[in-house]
Design a protein around this ligand. Structure first.
Ligand SMILES: [Zn+2]
Length: 269
């Protein structure tokens, strides 16, 4: 159920029954010439809404005030300074929790957000904001059998961004908004400009740009809404399993309280 669609009595009933709020996290950033800028935001929101039909929870409107520094060089990207983005996300979740939600699950559809979500989660450990925070990557938790079904769909590689897979998924989430004729005519392969660093275990923040300076992988020419519907169904089920696990979890909230108590009793903060 979508937060913005609920009337007050439905909202209060939903909090009593589930106490979990899902926050879809995406971005506004270029996805090649053929996909709209809101691709990740729309995919994350669609997956979250479908998952919440399978495993009821309240879904907050999708967030784009996140982390997209890696796309800052492309027109269409909206990106905030890191301290502001973390603060804004923190205040948003605090306000969601003030409505009575004791658990918040970020359902993420933008790869760049995983860095921010991980840091946000860690930096929140020693604060008692009244809720337990979880985060979930929509691409990260399918079964082996589901992954086999997904892998068998594609007629091109590599996939990763604005590729056949992501384009198909977007087409299923938002029919009629993709301009496939503008997709790359030839597959875009990684440029491997950091192979000398990667091979030595050294990381640099431009790792993605070094491989894909146009933020596009492979080619989406063979993408289709039909393929996307198969993937969307799998990702919705995967996200529903995550929602169920979070709803049933008693351990993380108890440990959070225990940890906060120890922080508060430490006496030197
Ligand atoms: Zn994307």
């Amino acid at each position: 159920m979508r937060w913005e669609h609920l009337i007050p009595s439905e909202f209060e009933k939903a909090i009593k029954e589930h106490s979990l709020c899902i926050v879809p996290t995406g971005s506004l950033e270029r996805h090649g010439e053929h996909l709209p800028l809101g691709c990740d935001m729309i995919i994350a929101h669609t997956v979250a809404c479908l998952a919440a039909e399978l495993e009821p929870a309240v879904v907050f409107p999708p967030q784009i005030l996140m982390q997209a520094h890696e796309s800052a060089c492309f027109s269409g990207t909206v990106n905030y300074p890191s301290d502001f983005a973390i603060k804004a996300f923190s205040l948003l979740l605090k306000s969601i929790a003030a409505n009575g939600f004791t658990k918040i699950l970020a359902v993420n559809g933008h790869g760049g957000n995983s860095h921010m979500l991980e840091y946000f989660a860690m930096s929140n450990l020693d604060k008692d904001e009244g809720y337990t925070f979880y985060h979930f990557n929509i691409y990260g938790s399918v079964t082996e059998e589901e992954q086999r079904v997904i892998d068998a769909l594609w007629e091109s590689s590599p996939y990763g961004h604005a590729c056949e897979m992501e384009t198909s998924l977007f087409m299923a989430c938002c029919p009629g908004k993709t301009k496939l004729s503008l997709a790359p005519k030839q597959s875009i392969e990684p440029q491997n400009r950091f192979s000398h660093l990667k091979s030595k275990g050294v990381h640099n923040a431009l790792w993605w740009y070094a491989d894909y300076p146009d933020n596009v992988t492979g080619t989406a020419l063979k993408a289709s809404e039909e393929k996307g519907k198969i993937v969307l169904d799998i990702y919705a089920k995967s996200a529903a399993r995550a929602i169920k696990a979070v709803k049933e979890d008693n351990i993380a909230p108890a440990l959070r309280q225990e940890f906060i108590n120890r922080v508060n009793n430490k006496g030197d903060l």
